[in-house]
Design a protein around this ligand. Structure first.
Ligand code: SF4
Ligand code: SF4
Length: 350
């Protein structure tokens, strides 16, 4: 059995998910929609299609894994879990894209991640048994060490042990869900207290394995603590205009949408982009594995950002931040992480 029966059977083929799906929007083809992909999964499960079937191979990789099909589904289909089970079967061994294999090998080595800390000088403290620990992430600690330093400015009481591994989301989304779950459990042992994360994708993966109460994404944690920034972000002598790009997994997997908006409104003039809740095309390894499709998903969002007249667009996930920064090269609009924006405004004293 490839899929959990109850998960696969839940779909009633109503099609409510089609308008929410970015890949269906690109092609208009049923096979690129959530319903079409579930039909393909059923064909794989019953043996009507072989795993090397061209359409199966293509669609298992074309899907962004954004989970925008979940909140709109009246039958409660857990599409994210189905996609993990699909790739567990479809992406074994040499069938897994080489780039994904390489990245998975790197992030599974804790000593390599620690080395990044020395080179990139992300925030770090000793583990002294405090109630909150910051998760550094595998991508973010290397690409955006400023983010953990900004969190320390916002919340000097948070501890940031550097001897922590990767949460395993990368493995779970690329055909190794058992190892992804084990890495999440290991990270749960390495960090004490509530785990605070600045990456929406990691938050959703970790909370699925460690429990919703154990894991907080930065914005929900700050709002829960009532830790509001006391200053404001200014540009050219006026209050900054700031938009948000939701993290798909934070929005569609954890339902966190209000908190980052409230925090931005506390320090700047907030501008809601029409597609703020839609995928930016980063989608974990997707921007590397399918860069042309990734850029197609991003293009209309970039046009919206330019038309909105904002100074900043804020991301709550490092992959989205990288995608927006690359897309906005040469633009007057800057992309930055929520923690950096809030740290520019002032210290909420969490
Ligand atoms: S996944 Fe949900 S919304 Fe989409 S066709 Fe199936 S039941 Fe309907
Ligand atoms: S995860 Fe995203 S891209 Fe994949 S089927 Fe669902 S809505 Fe479409």
């Amino acid at each position: 059995m490839i899929f959990d029966d109850d998960l696969l059977e839940r779909c009633i083929s109503c099609g409510f998910c089609l308008p929410a799906c970015p890949t269906y929007a690109l092609t208009g083809e049923e096979t690129s929609s959530p319903r079409g992909r579930i039909t393909l999964m059923r064909a794989l499960e019953t043996g009507r299609l072989e795993p090397d079937d061209e359409t199966l191979v293509e669609q298992s990789s074309f899907c962004l894994g954004c989970r925008a099909c979940e909140p709109v589904c009246p039958a409660g289909v857990q599409y994210g879990n189905l996609l993990e089970q699909w790739r567990d079967h479809q992406w074994q061994g040499r069938n897994r894209p080489v780039v994904a294999r390489l990245l998975m090998t790197v992030v599974a080595r804790r000593w390599l991640l620690r080395l990044q800390g020395i080179v990139r000088r992300h925030a770090r403290t000793r583990d002294s048994g405090r109630p909150f620990s910051l998760m550094l992430g595998c991508v973010e600690r290397g690409l955006y060490p400023k983010v953990s330093r900004a969190v320390r400015r916002l919340a000097p009481g948070i501890q940031v042990p550097s001897a922590q591994g990767c949460c395993g989301a990368l493995h779970a989304h690329n055909g190794e869900s058992a190892q992804g779950a084990e890495m999440a459990r290991q990270l749960g042992k390495q960090l004490s207290g509530t785990i605070v994360t600045t990456a929406g994708g990691c938050a959703a993966h970790l909370s699925a394995h460690l429990g919703r109460d154990r894991v907080k994404e930065l914005s929900e944690w700050l709002v829960e603590l009532n830790a509001w920034p006391d200053g404001e972000v200014r540009v050219d002598g006026r209050r900054a205009r700031v938009a948000l790009q939701d993290s798909c997994h934070l929005r569609n997997g954890m339902g966190v949408t209000r908190q980052p908006r409230e925090l931005i409104k506390a320090v700047a003039d907030y501008v809601e982009l029409p597609s703020a809740g839609g995928c930016c095309g980063a989608a974990g390894t997707y921007a590397l594995l399918r860069s042309a499709d990734s850029r197609k998903v991003l293009a209309p969002k970039l046009a919206e950002i330019e038309a909105a007249g904002v100074d900043y667009v804020v991301a709550v996930n490092p992959g989205c931040l990288r995608q927006l920064q690359q897309g906005l090269r040469g633009s007057r609009v800057k992309a930055l992480h929520l923690a950096e924006l809030l740290a520019q405004a002032g210290n909420p004293g969490a």
